[in-house]
Design a protein around this ligand. Structure first.
Ligand code: ADP
Ligand code: ZN
Ligand code: ZN
Length: 830
């Protein structure tokens, strides 16, 4: 039996795979997990082979695989299995799942061509032999003949360059005389010139050897330079790329060229190899000996390893308890057992920080830590990815998608700050990185270690139930105190001052004190922009986005209104767009406004703001954080970005402007989110020798999310919240799926949701509760109208079953696949 066909997952939004024939000459290279280039409609696409078969599906003539891209299959078997699980569980198109798992395709480049079809060729031949075709005008006829002369192919450019009007070109396409084809071409590997020391006679060049540099050259300056080159290359042992050599040795190209001619150096071309150390290699980690609490957590982790089987542990450690140290020891232990490890962190900036620590710990001894995140260029990401695949790195640090790192022999997956919403991908495939991490560990008999100061309700619930093992670190390192948290009741503040200021008297005084002590303050606000609503005092209308049902945010520095969902912009209105009244006013403070207020109230202070507007690039972000960490700033204002993970030693004050504004969102996780944010941000204070203080401003001091955050009492919060969840049958007591039906045409969105409702209604209550259709809380988003169904069930499998049938139903009814969006385990119901 020969396997001459293969099923390929292609990056198209369809829930199927596609069969192709494998030509004889590619049999060797086409294996499960290999990337292949295949024709799809009029395009060429890169897909991944899922399986090989001996028989073809009946009745169709299969097209051939065009090219195999990999020498070893890109995806090892365990990742193929994981991808199929993701597609099944999250009901995501399989090709899109694998697209998310594969490295960027940098081996090929896209080329589009205009080609003559068979009928087109016939026409062109007839024209050539003198026949006039009445249905073609002169320019079209001329164009066909020219194409014929060019062997029926032209590189695609603007119509004017092709010597034909766009209309005429379109007519030719309609008649099927010409078509646009896309092909992918192998891109040449980028080469670079490298230089190595040849002074020991390596390479056997029998040129007239010049005397050793030192004897020959009378010019001491030159001699020193030559000596620097020698010392550098000898220390390096291998070759260095030319530019790097010039830079490190600080010599001219002419000097190196001369040494080459004289035979002291040799040089050749090599493929560009990425792995220039992106990190500061001079960094040495503190390397603390573990304290007792850390030690006992680490012992439990090691004991779990001894079992050598799948397990999940939750490391619940208060902020500043030293979780990172425990992670690093666990990775070390994993490596010592000959296995590999992944560390997931919730944001890019943390990959750099954790990556650097890992490199310092493991880089030298174990060859290699790879860092994977979305801010790398395609080429960098592909190179890191292949380095991992080829066994060149055994530890991977990265954000969400690093869970797909092609490591083999995986022993440990760490998910730091497992509750973070950034682990959830909010576009297809809508997977949750933490949950995928647990599944991957399961498939590979590895240990999943989830860490957090404020675990998600689901995770803690599993720990309490004994499904996960709970490890607790209840105190900070060196017995540092948790910061003291106080509530500022904004109602009382207003009664006293009679004015609504974002900065209460108490917070003002605390910042003043902080400035006089020359320590640092963080001030957190949960919205960016200047004001998040523009209202009319006469008619009460607010300025809404033209594409979304949401108010526009005013950005003062850019002097315009912006939609934070779709990015559309509007001019700042002078009069109300609805009633024409002049009384428009700006309402609700954002970070930009707060920064302005702080500058007014503390004119001498050095202040910076950190949010998505000021930190547009990774570099800006790093610069601001770096300036703050080095003490060049007194006050840092910002959004959530401030709350995560940073370890600032001189922060003694954290102020939270409006703690409760997130409590009012129509979302069952509102309390959990608020509690987590407050606790996390409070954890930024008092991490060094200096004790910290946290002020939380709120209009709603009674709410348990605020109260428990003040006490930094996770367990108390968990118990109250879990009670609410049980009562309302929300996760973790039921699984949820959010189904959105959307279209830019309102009537289509309505029609399809009615059809889907017709399918769902008879099934409601049979193991699954089905709510809806209702207008989604964001009834319009990016020009699309949205209707929503919410499905609830105590059994996940029941949800998956009904949803996959519902999708088949939609397909049968020819409801476009992109119109129905399924979000399994949604984090947000907006
Ligand atoms: P967490 O992630 O739990 O909030 P970190 O891992 O950031 O805490 O650790 C907080 C600080 O404590 C870091 O500066 C770290 O270097 C330090 N640290 C960790 N372990 C120890 C220890 N055993 N003794 C002293 N300091 C420690
Ligand atoms: Zn008005
Ligand atoms: Zn919008």
């Amino acid at each position: 039996m020969t396997e001459t066909y293969c099923n390929v997952a292609l990056p198209v939004p369809l829930r199927t795979t596609f069969a192709y024939a494998v030509p004889e000459c590619l049999r060797e290279q086409v294996r499960p997990g290999s990337r292949v280039l295949v024709p799809f409609r009029k395009k060429a696409l890169v897909g991944v082979v899922l399986e090989l078969t001996a028989t073809a599906p009946a009745g169709t003539k299969l097209r051939d695989v065009e090219k195999a891209l990999d020498l070893i299959p890109a995806l090892p078997a365990n990742l193929l299995k994981l991808g199929e699980w993701i597609a099944g569980y999250y009901l995501a198109p399989i090709g899109e799942v694998f697209r998310a798992m594969l490295p960027p395709t940098t081996e090929v480049s896209r080329k589009r061509r205009m080609v003559l079809t068979e009928t087109g060729r016939e026409m062109a031949e007839r024209l050539k032999s003198g026949t006039t075709l009445t249905d073609l005008d002169g320019s079209a006829a001329g164009f066909l003949q020219r194409l014929l002369k060019q062997n029926g192919e032209l590189a695609l450019g603007p119509a004017s360059k092709l010597g034909i009007t766009p209309d005429a070109l379109q007519r030719l396409q309609h008649r099927g005389y010409v078509e646009i084809r896309e092909s992918l071409q192998a891109r040449k590997r980028k080469m670079q010139r490298v230089v190595a020391w040849n002074g020991t006679g390596r390479g056997g060049v029998e040129k007239d050897r010049a005397p050793a540099p030192a004897q020959r050259n009378s010019n001491t300056g030159e001699r020193e330079k030559e000596e620097r080159v020698r010392a550098l290359l000898e220390r390096e042992r291998g070759p260095l790329p030319m530019p790097r050599l010039l830079k490190l040795a600080n010599v001219s190209r002419a000097l190196v060229e001369r040494m080459l001619r004289q035979g002291w150096l040799e040089s050749w071309e090599e493929p560009v190899d990425p792995v220039e150390d992106p990190f500061d290699s001079g960094y040495t980690p503190p390397g603390h000996t573990l304290n007792e609490t850390q030690e006992s957590a680490f012992k439990a982790i090691r004991a779990r390893f001894e079992l050598g089987e799948f397990g999940v542990q939750l490391l619940h450690g208060v902020t500043g308890s030293g979780k990172t140290e425990v992670y690093l020891r666990s990775v070390q232990d994993t490596l010592a057992r000959g296995k590999t490890a992944i560390i997931l962190v919730p944001e890019i900036a943390l990959t750099l920080w954790v990556g650097r620590q890992c490199r310092a710990w493991f880089g030298a001894r174990f060859e290699g830590v790879a860092v994977l995140h979305s801010a790398l260029s395609d080429v960098e990401r592909a190179q890191e990815w292949w380095r991992v695949r080829n066994g060149g790195a055994r530890v991977v640090v990265g954000t969400r998608s690093a869970i797909f790192a092609p490591l083999e022999n995986l022993g440990l997956v760490i998910v730091d700050e497992e509750q973070e919403s950034s682990y959830k991908q909010e576009e297809t495939p809508r997977y949750h990185g933490r949950d995928v991490a647990i599944m991957r560990a399961k498939f590979e008999n590895a240990l999943a270690l989830l860490g957090s100061a404020t675990p998600s309700l689901e995770t803690y619930h599993n720990a309490v139930n004994g499904k996960y093992e709970l490890l607790t670190m209840g105190s900070r390192v060196e017995n540092r105190e948790l910061a003291e948290v106080e509530i500022v009741d904004l109602r009382a503040d207003f009664q006293q001052t009679q004015k609504a200021s974002p900065i209460s008297q108490a917070l003002h005084a605390a910042i003043e004190e902080c400035l006089s002590l020359k320590t640092q303050a963080l001030v957190l606000i949960n919205r960016r922009g200047y004001s998040w609503s523009v209202l009319c005092r006469s008619c009460g209308a607010s300025v809404q986005c033209v594409n979304c049902s949401i108010s526009m945010t005013y950005h003062k520095s850019r002097n315009r209104l912006e939609c934070h969902y779709c990015g559309s912009i509007q001019a700042v209105p002078k009069v109300c767009p609805k009633c024409g009244s002049k009384y428009v006013y700006f309402f609700g403070e954002g970070s930009e406004h707060l920064e302005e207020r702080l500058r007014q109230e503390f004119p001498g202070a050095r202040i910076a703001r950190l949010d998505r507007d000021t930190a547009r690039t990774k570099q800006q972000y790093q610069e601001t954080l770096g300036a703050f960490a080095s003490g060049a700033l007194d006050i840092l204002v910002g959004t959530q970005m401030l709350a995560k993970g940073h370890d600032f030693q001189r922060v003694t004050l954290v102020g939270v402007i409006a703690a409760d504004s997130s409590l009012h969102l129509p979302d069952f996780r509102a309390a959990e989110r608020t509690f987590q944010l407050l606790t996390q941000v409070a954890g930024r204070a008092g991490r060094g020798e200096l004790p910290g203080r946290v002020l939380i401003q709120t209009y709603y001091p009674e709410h348990y999310a605020v109260q428990d955050a003040v006490k930094q009492d996770y367990v108390s919060f968990y118990e109250r919240e879990v009670h609410f969840r049980r009562m309302m049958a929300y996760p973790p007591f039921a699984s949820l799926a959010n189904v959105i039906v959307r279209d830019s045409r309102l009537e289509k969105a309505m029609e399809w949701s009615r059809e889907l409702s017709g399918y769902f209604s008879p099934q409601d209550g049979k193991g699954v509760r089905i709510l809806g259709p209702a207008s989604a809380p964001l009834a319009r988003l990016k020009k699309e109208h949205r209707y929503q169904f919410l499905l609830k069930s105590p059994k996940k499998a029941a949800l998956t079953r009904i949803l996959s049938r519902a999708l088949a139903f939609c397909e049968a009814r020819e409801i476009p696949q992109t119109a129905v969006l399924v979000d399994m385990d949604p984090l947000s119901l907006l």
